[in-house]
Structures are given as structure tokens and as C-alpha cells.
Design a protein around this ligand. Structure first.
Ligand code: NI
Ligand code: MN
Length: 229
């Protein structure tokens, strides 16, 4: 499974012959100005919740990729269907099989209003697994004990993609505890540096994980990571 970081919480995933993008926030992110947004090829667009810094470019990418399907919660899927996009609306605890693998929509503790003020349902995260790997995409969330259910319900998590920027979500110390809860010692940090309140000291955060015997990856925009079972 190939993971490319596109800034903020936007992750591009190539796996099992499919291309996915999670939480596209590119045109509004100065740190992602090198990303050629209209050249992004995707089959699926995963949206963890309705906030602008997660959905900003979803419609644009969906319309550039005629066959792309948006996958989110019920309310967000309805909002995109009304805009002419094809969308699948899951809800918390639900699991569905796709050509790229199995996706489970899991609890996140956050909020989820859509950019025009429409209620975006409950925020969530995704666990995505197939024969290549299992990854947990937390979305925006506080640390929550619900994360302890993930290793009971899903295969061994090989990479946990967790917010580390604090202020709007958990910070890196809470993310380190989250990695215990999901029983995965490799964390890809996201939701950092895009705005002043969530700028963090990278070496301090990486060192903190090291002292706990864990690995925190903080990728540059367009940098890639491979994850395998
Ligand atoms: Ni949010
Ligand atoms: Mn956010």
C-alpha cells in the first residue's frame, strides 16, 4: 500500500489497483501549492467529516474524475449527491467491502458542520484493510478510549494516521497514547503546520515518540511511505 502525503490531513493511497484520496484540502493550503490538483487521478474520495479543511477540493476532484465515488457518512454523502456527485454514505460502526478492500467507519470525537452550515452528521475515521496492509485514518479527533476497540474489530493495524497538531484535535502526546490504544507503533502525523495554532516542533514530537519506543513519521508534501503487513 503506497501512501502519499498531500498536506494537512490529505492522504493519497494507491492499493489493490485502486487510487483513493482522503480529505482533500489542497487549493486552500499554501503548504500544498506544489500539488497539481487537477491532475490527481482517483477512483474514490474518502471524507472523514464535513469541515472545510477536509472537504474543500472534494467536488472539484470528483468532477475531474467522472467515475469517482465519494465515501463518507450519510449526511455528507447526501450533500454531495445533491451536487451531482456519486456518493456512498456509511455511518459509525458500519463496514463495507470495496474493490480496494474493506472500509470501516469508526468513531471520532469532534464536530462536522459542512462549509455552508449544513449539519455534516457525526465525524468519523476509517480503518482500511486488504491483503496488502491495514491502516487507521483517525480523522479529526480527540484521544478516545473507543480506539481500543479497533484492534479487536480489525486486522493488526500497520500504520495509524493520527492528528498531532493539537488545538482542534489531539496533540502528539495524546496521539502517542492513541497508538497504544490501536496497538500500532508507527504513526503518520497529520493535521499540523497548516495554520499557526497547529504548528508543531517536528523534532520534539519525533523524539517524544522515540522515547516511548515508537516511530512518528512527519512527511513533506508529496513524500511517500509504503506500508505492508
Ligand atoms: Ni475538523
Ligand atoms: Mn480539521
Amino acid at each position: 500500500m503506497k501512501i502519499t502525503y498531500l498536506g494537512h490531513s490529505c492522504i493519497y493511497i494507491e492499493t489493490a489497483g485502486s487510487k483513493l484520496i482522503v480529505d482533500p484540502f489542497i487549493s486552500g493550503n499554501e503548504l500544498a501549492s506544489t500539488v497539481a490538483i487537477d491532475e490527481i487521478e482517483v477512483d474514490y474520495i474518502l471524507l472523514t467529516h464535513g469541515h472545510q479543511d477536509h472537504v474543500l477540493d472534494a467536488e472539484r476532484i470528483a468532477k475531474n474524475n467522472k467515475d469517482a465515488t465519494i465515501i463518507s457518512n450519510f449526511e455528507i454523502a447526501n450533500w454531495y449527491e445533491a451536487k451531482g456527485c456519486s456518493a456512498i454514505g456509511m455511518n459509525l460502526g458500519g463496514q463495507l467491502n470495496f474493490p480496494f478492500g474493506t472500509l470501516k467507519y469508526v468513531v471520532a470525537i469532534h464536530s462536522s458542520t459542512l462549509p455552508d452550515g449544513t449539519p455534516g452528521g457525526n465525524p468519523g475515521g476509517f480503518v482500511l484493510y486488504n491483503d496488502e496492509a491495514c491502516i487507521y485514518i483517525a480523522g479529526d479527533t480527540a484521544l478516545t478510549i473507543d480506539m481500543q476497540l479497533i484492534p479487536q474489530l480489525c486486522p493488526k493495524v500497520n500504520l495509524a494516521i493520527l492528528p498531532v497538531g493539537d488545538f482542534f484535535t489531539m496533540g502528539y502526546k495524546d496521539a502517542c497514547i492513541a497508538s497504544d490504544f490501536v496497538e500500532c507503533d508507527h504513526v503518520l502525523g497529520c493535521h499540523l503546520d497548516s495554520f499557526p495554532p497547529i504548528e508543531i516542533d517536528h523534532s520534539e514530537a519525533i523524539d517524544y515518540f522515540e522515547t516511548k519506543g515508537k516511530k512518528l513519521s512527519l512527511l513533506r508534501v508529496t513524500e511517500t511511505l509504503e506500508v505492508w503487513k
